[in-house]
Design a protein around this ligand. Structure first.
Ligand SMILES: [Zn+2]
Length: 77
């Protein structure tokens, strides 16, 4: 599952992003392999097996996506 847009993919389509924050701490996440999160959120195929069933609108999902990216960089970088 992408940590930013929450799309679910087979492991072959997920990328692991990370970096060494300090000598003893690494920070990472899983993201869409093509970094096409917004395309995934706006895709008309939102009810396929790779999407969680949610009641959020696409606009709310986009807002959540940007908030999750912001949180990652605010808390990790
Ligand atoms: Zn994504």
């Amino acid at each position: 599952m992408c940590d930013w847009c929450l799309s679910v993919y087979p492991v072959s389509r997920i990328a692991q992003l990370g970096y060494q924050q300090t000598k003893t701490r690494s920070v990472g996440l899983y993201a869409c392999g093509q970094l096409d999160c917004v395309d995934r959120i706006l895709s008309p195929d939102t009810n396929n097996v790779h999407s969680m069933r949610e009641t959020l609108t696409k606009e709310q999902k986009i807002q959540r996506y940007y908030a999750r990216i912001g949180n990652f960089f605010d808390n990790s970088v």
